[in-house]
Structure formats: structure tokens, C-alpha cells
Design a protein around this ligand. Sequence first.
Ligand SMILES: Nc1ncnc2c1ncn2[C@@H]1O[C@H](COP(=O)(O)OP(=O)(O)OP(=O)(O)O)[C@@H](O)[C@H]1O
Ligand SMILES: [Mg+2]
Length: 313
Amino acid sequence: MIPTKVLWLAGGAVAAAGAGAYLAYRERRRREAEGDTRTNRAYVEGAAYSDIGGLHREKALIREVVELPIREPDLFASLGVTAHRGILLTGPPGCGKTLLARAASRESGAHFEVVAGPEILSKWVGESEANLRAIFHRARESSPAIVFLDELDSIAPKRAGLQQHHEVSLVTQLLTLMDGMEQFPGVVVIGATNRPDGIDSALRRPGRFDYEIRIGMPNADERREILEVHTRNMPLGDDVDLGDISAQTAGYTGADLAALTREAAMETVRRRRPVVSGPPTPVSSLKVGYADFMSAMEKIEPWFRRIDGGRHS
Ligand SMILES: Nc1ncnc2c1ncn2[C@@H]1O[C@H](COP(=O)(O)OP(=O)(O)OP(=O)(O)O)[C@@H](O)[C@H]1O
Ligand SMILES: [Mg+2]
């Protein structure tokens, strides 16, 4: 028979090991939460309204529906209405939805929580609902706050098409959390998606995502403004006319124009390499010229041409 004392010691060791494991678990969760906060900061860093070309109407709308309830939570109640709680940004890929939401989150000065679509979901496997609850909880505790759900279609797809139980319960959890927001006037949820038809329709009912801002393809003036943003720190040759480049880039999204300016700079770098031996052009006299943009345009195709083989061109 094993003496009681030995059993007692063994029990103590197990308890100590259990407590150690629990403390390690707590520490891991604390570090993860800290990491999440850092991720949130990094996510909105460098995004300001001044970094967005065009989208003047959209910027004004988002300020109105996001910043007003945050700055003056009682304003709407005093008029006998409730502010919009969920704002949905929709539109084609690369047109500035994420950029606009990041800028609004940062410039509102509110606490913000970000769920960056599929990336974060895979990190959360098995505990997605708990994490979503924790995010909304933190937002309520730190009100005024913004919860930004990027790529909402991957977080809350139509339930009918889902096979896995945990995916369905995440959508249901989000619906419940959004319904509970009425009591917290200082919290606003922004969702962004390029597939609005792909999200569960229950999310678009009144009181949930009931305000939509559509972000379309940029027109010529907006393309010029986007080019201005992306060439702000670029030494441009005297022959570069951004108005002329914007006229030639119909069908390019903001992301395409960002890629175009990057590629034009790469062309300049390539030109710098001497064809015959000799010292390269000094960095201080390098300029991105019109010809560099034209060469870049041959390589950077607008978004629609990439996906359907150029039927629009
Ligand atoms: N209006 C704009 N002004 C300046 N840059 C822009 C603009 N729109 C897009 N861009 C550039 O394109 C990049 C991608 O844009 P963004 O991530 O906001 O697109 P999105 O609409 O969220 O696309 P997706 O639907 O694929 O998520 C931005 O980081 C920025 O460099
Ligand atoms: Mg996006």
C-alpha cells in the first residue's frame, strides 16, 4: 500500500504542476493580448485621411457616421433617434475600403479593435467566438471605440452554405454581439467587404450593418489625386504630368496606381545601372520620368484586365 504521505506529496506535485501550467497559460494569453494590441496599432499606423486620394464624399460620410457618435454619444439620443451602429464599406478590390476604415479608426482618436479577416480567424481556430466576444468586451470597456471587421465575408459568410458547426456559431455570435450594442452608444462597428452578397443577410438588418458606403472605381480626377499621394516623396522629372497619366489609366484601382508608381520607380533604378562600364548616376540626381511611367504601364495591368483577360480594353 502507498503511504498517505507519499500520496499527499504526489498530489501536491500534480497541483503545483497544474498551477504552473495555468500560470504559463495565463502568461501566454496576456502576451497574445498584448500582441493583438500591437497588431491593432500597426494595422492603422500610417493611415490618415491625407493618404487617401479622392473619396471626398466617402471620407465626409464616414466622419459623420463614425466620428459623430463617438465624439458626441448623446447627440442622437437627444434627437430621439439612435446612431448607426454598423457601417459597411463595399466595393471592388483595391479601391480603398481598408485604407478608409484604418484612417477613420486612427483619426477618430477612439480605442480600436481590428479583426483582419481570414488571417486572424486561422490564428483563432477553436476559440473564435470567445475571441470575438473578448474584442467586443474590450471595445465596450474602452468606449468610445471602433471595432473594425475587415473582409467581413470571411468572418460572417452566408450560414446556408456553411458545413462546419463552428463557422455557423461564429456568425451567430457576431449577430448576438451586434444586437447587444444598443446599450453602448460609444461603440461603432465598421465592416469592409468586396463581396457584400457573400455575407449573411441577417447582418444587414436594421440595428446591425444598416448603413452602407459604396466605394467605386476612381474617376480621372481621383486617379490624379491618388497618383499625387503615391508620388509625394518621389523626385519626378519635369516631363511628368500626373493629369496625363491619370487620363491614360482608366480602369486602374487605387492599388493598381500604387503598384504603377512603385514600378515606375523600379524602372528608374534599372536605368541607373550603366549599360557600359562607368559609375552609376548619383542617387541625388535620380528622377522618375514620363518614360518610366509608360514602361511601368506596360507591366502593371488594371485589375479588371487581370481577372477577365482584357475583355473591357
Ligand atoms: N483612394 C486611394 N488613395 C490612395 N491610395 C489608395 C487608394 N485606394 C487604394 N489605395 C492603395 O491601394 C492599397 C490597397 O487598398 P485597400 O487595401 O484599401 O483596398 P480594399 O478596397 O480594402 O481592397 P480589398 O477588397 O481587396 O480588401 C492601399 O494600401 C493604398 O496603397
Ligand atoms: Mg481590404
